[in-house]
Design a protein around this ligand. Structure first.
Ligand code: PLV
Length: 323
């Protein structure tokens, strides 16, 4: 089997985004991974370590972790079961089934699906594949940074990294990748949507907070509690993590602008990060002195996501414009 399941993704310079922020913007195009998002980096790694010769795997997901798990399981020829909350669009269920996974819809938010997946893993003797809370996931996700560093070469260092946060598995991977390449002084802008803001709520409270409910349409960011490691990184002095929020409307606007300007369709979870550029948040952070005025290149992790198609996009438009 190949050394790893993810591919080296393109690192593209965006002229349109660079113009907006006033510094070079590099897009790490994780939408072009097999399974449609960065998730295959961590989940592929975890499956390769834990799932060979197993009876099968079970993964709880907002969609994309499940896509990665189903892809990995198919490559490894082990059965996959994916547990999704009811907020996941129906076409995602179909795509998972096309990857050969057995799909079960349980509860309203990811946390409900997670509880069910843990139960099934226990009773059926399957390997549990979590979407974000595992050291092997963080280790796999770290490759997004080490790979970008290799592409940029030794003479280019980012001024900041821009990333979306759901449960914080991508964030932990980014932190570890920055450590691996010696870029610990590069600040990370960690984006969530209002209503899926478990990390931001925890940062504000200074302790781990569990949200009562997920009210954002960005269901792939919808974990009620962030992983402890992600929260610990926000409290540590070894890295700078700037936790910020955008509204669903801003995330959707970013998805649309990205489609227009870059001709790539990503889901709302990814739009949350892109909105930091399109809504002027990066410049605001500069004005507030939280990012340098002379900012080095901005490395944007375009996390991707399969929970989107033209119909879903127009549905979201109607839903959010009606609010
Ligand atoms: N999505 C997870 C968790 O959902 C999932 O099961 O698919 N961008 C995209 C496109 C994602 O799908 C996710 C996570 C994230 C960003 C955030 O990554 P995280 O959870 O590692 O912070 C509930």
């Amino acid at each position: 089997m190949a050394e790893h399941m993810h591919v080296n993704t393109p690192l593209l310079e965006s002229i349109a985004m660079s113009k907006r922020v006033g510094t070079t913007v590099y897009l790490k195009m994780e939408n072009s991974q097999p399974s449609g998002s960065f998730k295959i980096r961590g989940i592929g790694h975890l499956c390769q370590q834990l799932a060979p010769r197993s009876k099968g795997i079970v993964c709880s997901s907002g969609g994309n972790a499940g896509m990665a798990a189903a892809y990995a399981a198919r490559k490894m020829r082990v059965p996959a079961t994916v547990i999704l909350p009811s907020t996941t669009p129906q076409f995602v269920v179909q795509r998972l089934q096309e990857q050969g996974a057995t799909v079960k819809v349980v509860g309203k938010v990811w946390d409900d699906a997670h509880a069910e997946a843990l139960r099934i893993a226990e009773t059926e003797g399957l390997v549990y594949v979590p979407p974000f809370d595992h050291p092997l996931i963080w280790q796999g996700n770290a490759s997004v940074i080490t790979e970008a560093a290799r592409t940029l070469g030794p003479s280019v260092k980012p001024g900041a990294v821009l990333v979306s946060v759901g449960g914080g598995g991508l964030l932990c991977g980014v932190v570890q990748g920055l450590k691996d390449v010696g870029w610990v002084d590069v600040p990370i802008i960690a984006m969530e949507t209002v209503g899926a803001d478990c990390l931001n709520a925890s940062v504000k409270a200074g302790r781990m907070v569990t949200l009562d409910d997920i009210t954002s349409e960005a269901t792939c960011l919808g974990a009620k509690t962030a992983c402890r490691k992600a929260f610990e990184y926000t409290q540590s002095h070894e890295v700078t993590i700037i936790s910020e929020l955008v509204t669903d409307e801003q995330a959707l606007g970013a998805v649309e602008t990205f489609l227009d300007e870059e001709r790539v369709l990503v889901e709302l979870a990814c739009g949350a990060a892109l909105a930091a550029v399109y809504s002027g948040l990066v410049q605001r952070l500069q004005a507030e002195g939280r990012l340098p005025v002379h900012l080095g290149p901005l490395l944007v992790i375009v996390c991707g996501g399969s929970n989107i198609d033209m119909e879903e996009l127009s549905m979201l438009k109607h839903k959010l414009e009606a609010i």
